[in-house]
Design a protein around this ligand. Structure first.
Ligand code: SAM
Length: 274
């Protein structure tokens, strides 16, 4: 049976709960400020550790925890990292798929690609960008690093806008029809998050759009046995996302990794293992 770790939303406060909170305001305040203090300390610890290890951000530890638990990576795999910037998940993917793995990062913002990662800059909600990414992946040699970790001088990073015309003109690979030719990917990661507005239902809806785009892409490109990891902003629609994953993957795990507990309470990850 899949293990399912669910985070419960706070209950609607009833009268008794209201009485308890008002009677113990001082205790509750101390408790929550000490929790915040603990969370800050933990955040700092991961940030420091990321710097020591040469990782682009502490987000790497979330993915390391996921891999430790579910073994999503193997050497030689093809990994697509959606919303890769600044690149710590990609760094983990390069390390866990070496030797001979290939990692392709996609992000809407320009960023310096981590060593051993090919990147495409573009909005992943655009169908053209998705087609371009699929075209890139069709050639299994494309983006695979040499032994020294470099990909191809001057070809490691691509700006999608420069290739829009290629696609219109029929980029080889971008318009391939055959399903099996498209299924070249072992792991799809998505940590795509737009800037949050502070309005939780809006942030949740935006996050779900990104997750659904990632899942649809995963469905198109993942090989049998491929894995999917997606981080999202919790809310009313995440049950539906989970349901869709359960239809597509043999096992589905939902978790709040240790490194984000108490720090970023609204962010959860969902993992599909085929
Ligand atoms: C939380 S950061 C990712 C951190 C990354 N996993 C790491 O470990 O360094 C979220 C990223 O998603 C990207 N993003 C948001 N919306 C996007 C979109 N529509 N298409 C592509 N990337 C997007 C943002 O630009 C941002 O770099």
């Amino acid at each position: 049976m899949p293990s399912l770790i669910l985070t419960l939303s706070p209950l609607v406060p009833d009268l008794r709960a209201f009485c308890i909170t008002t009677c113990h305001t001082f205790t509750v305040k101390r408790h929550s400020s000490s929790k915040r203090w603990q969370a800050r300390q933990q955040k700092d610890r991961y940030t420091r550790e990321a710097t020591v290890q040469g990782l682009k951000s502490r987000a790497a530890f979330k993915l390391l925890q996921i891999d430790e638990k579910y073994r999503i990576f193997r050497s030689g795999q093809t990994v697509v990292d959606l919303g890769y910037a600044p690149g710590s998940w990609s760094q983990v993917a390069v390390d866990r798929t070496k030797p001979n793995g290939r990692v392709l990062g996609v992000d809407i913002i320009p960023a310096q690609p981590p060593r051993g990662v090919s990147t495409i800059q573009g909005n992943f909600l655009s169908a053209e960008v998705q087609k371009y990414v699929q075209g890139f992946l069709c050639d299994p040699r494309r983006g695979r690093p040499y032994e020294d970790g470099y990909i191809m001088p001057g070809r490691g990073s691509e700006d999608f806008s420069q290739h829009a015309l290629d696609i219109e003109a029929g980029n080889p690979g971008a318009n391939r029809e055959s399903d099996s030719e498209l299924k070249t990917v072992d792991v799809v990661l998505s940590d795509m998050m737009m800037n949050t507005s502070g309005v939780s239902f809006k942030d949740h809806a935006g996050s779900m759009d990104l997750c659904h785009a990632a899942l649809q892409f995963g469905y198109n490109v993942l090989k049998t046995g491929g894995n999917f990891v997606c981080k999202f902003y919790q809310g009313a629609e995440d049950k539906e996302l989970e349901k869709q994953l359960r239809e597509l993957f043999r096992r589905v795990h939902r978790l709040k990794p240790e490194s984000s507990r108490n720090v970023c309470a609204a962010h959860e990850s969902i993992i599909g293992v085929r």
